[in-house]
Design a protein around this ligand. Structure first.
Ligand SMILES: Cc1cc2nc3c(=O)[nH]c(=O)nc-3n(C[C@H](O)[C@H](O)[C@H](O)COP(=O)(O)O)c2cc1C
Length: 361
């Protein structure tokens, strides 16, 4: 079965917290393949606190779609149609990808490129990345009409105060913190790692991993996040991350529709393939989604007043200083020459079932 084989190769796509929130339906003939992607009901019942509206999941569907598109190209198929079924919410919307036989034109990444794409959370060198990679990243962004890109090189440290405020909220807010801990898998955990982020991939030492596990398992210790630990972690994960890279990019979607979020995910994944293909390091910066979910949540009544004020101030600042709008779906990433290669992450098989009539008009 082509569809199942393609989905199996495409599953190495990125997803927030490695949640792999996708499910697929398919129908195929000798010369055509139809694959429908939507958000899995089990994930929808218990989403990450970073993903209250399904925006991060819709981005992940876009990431998976880019991989499918590339794998299809390697098998002599091209994307002939892409149909979005936009429903009341992102959770119940879906997209159908139709492939027919043909020779792909334009940028193509093979199965090896898809397998080597990964998140690198270690420090990167500040050496400038190749100009050819930068212009390829620009060209990729230009091919997605609903996505706008902003690049920060010399000015990257000016981003830190605003992002630092969001990173602190990630560690202070009970729901965000709980979600973060639920996404992690430590070496001696009894659970399966295939839908989680392994602590070995966090770019931190074994002692730091041990301490993080302690914070997860001994809840009263989490009070430390209200007494300054949030600042220490934010300095290490955010400030050091931005200092130790060449440049930072942000991709902003035109609006919050399924189509725009999906396109944002496709563009994000294609740029990521380009960076890793050039043997450069890439780490997403999902923090804008914290601000976005606050605005989607009609003023973010779930956050404490000082956290709400912090998001309002960061939103104003990023709007005036950098022309970036946190009321829109947005994802950032940092790139640079790697200093270390992280361990590979794991994956579950993609749940998929036959759906007769899927390729019909
Ligand atoms: C929407 C989205 C947001 C993400 N946010 C972050 C982030 O803030 N920090 C980070 O280190 N990785 C982030 N990631 C990367 C995922 O954690 C990663 O893709 C996943 O764990 C699978 O690992 P891999 O990319 O190495 O295959 C994000 C990915 C997506 C799709």
């Amino acid at each position: 079965m082509k569809s199942l084989d393609w989905l199996d190769q495409a599953k190495w796509a990125a997803s927030g917290g490695n949640a792999q929130p996708w499910t697929a339906a398919y129908e195929e003939t000798e010369n055509s393949v139809a694959i429908e992607l939507s958000i899995d009901a089990a994930y929808r019942a218990h989403p990450s606190a970073m993903d209250l509206s399904g925006t991060a999941s819709t981005l992940a569907l876009g990431c998976l779609a880019t991989n499918l598109h590339m794998i299809a190209a390697g098998n002599g198929f091209v994307l002939t149609d892409l149909r979005v079924s936009e429903r009341d919410s992102l959770w119940t919307s879906s997209v159908r990808l139709l492939f027919g036989r043909g020779k792909a034109t334009g940028r193509v990444y093979g199965p090896d490129d898809i397998r080597v794409r990964h998140t690198n959370r270690y420090p990167f060198r500040t050496t400038p990345i190749d100009a050819a990679v930068r212009s390829n990243l620009e060209a990729i962004a230009r091919s997605y009409a609903r996505v706008r890109v902003a690049e920060f090189a010399e000015a990257k440290m000016a981003l830190v105060p605003g992002l630092f405020a969001l990173e602190r909220i990630r560690w202070q807010d009970k729901r965000l913190l709980q979600s973060l801990f639920e996404e992690l898998h430590f070496r001696h955990d009894a659970t399966e790692a295939s839908g989680l982020i392994e602590a070995d991939q966090l770019g931190i030492s074994p002692v730091e991993q041990w301490f993080l596990r302690l914070l997860r398992d001994v809840r009263p210790l989490r009070l430390l996040f209200r007494c300054g630990l949030d600042r220490i972690i934010a300095r290490q994960s955010l400030t050091q991350g931005i200092r130790n890279c060449d440049r930072v990019y942000f991709l902003e979607a035109a609006d919050a529709s399924f189509r725009s979020c999906f396109e944002l995910g496709r563009c994000f994944q294609e740029q990521w393939l380009e960076v890793n293909k050039a043997a450069l390091a890439f780490q997403p910066i999902g923090l804008p989604l914290i601000a976005f979910e606050h605005w989607r949540d009609e003023g973010g009544s779930r956050l404490r007043p000082e956290q709400r004020r912090a998001i309002e101030s960061v939103t104003r600042d990023f709007g005036t200083k950098f022309r970036l709008d946190f009321k829109k779906p947005m994802i950032g990433f940092r790139v640079g020459v790697p200093t270390r290669a992280p361990k590979r992450s794991s994956r579950k098989p993609v749940a998929a079932q036959i759906k007769p009539g899927l390729s019909a008009d």
